[in-house]
Design a protein. Structure first.
Length: 58
């Protein structure tokens, strides 16, 4: 599973806005990889930010 799909899956499972640090912690992932994946997801409009530094699936 690609890191982008893993990040989206974690966000959907939690059901609340998450920041990159929490996603990395929950998925046992590297924070830098999560940041890269989230940047790509933002460009693709697959995640949105309801409040600063927190993200949810679009």
């Amino acid at each position: 599973m690609a890191i982008k799909e893993k990040v989206l899956e974690i966000m959907r499972e939690e059901g609340q806005p998450l920041n990159a640090g929490k996603i990395a912690e929950l998925g046992s992932l590297d924070r830098k990889e999560v940041d890269k994946a989230m940047a790509q997801l933002k460009k693709e409009s697959k995640i949105v930010s309801p409040k600063r530094c927190y993200w949810t699936p679009a």
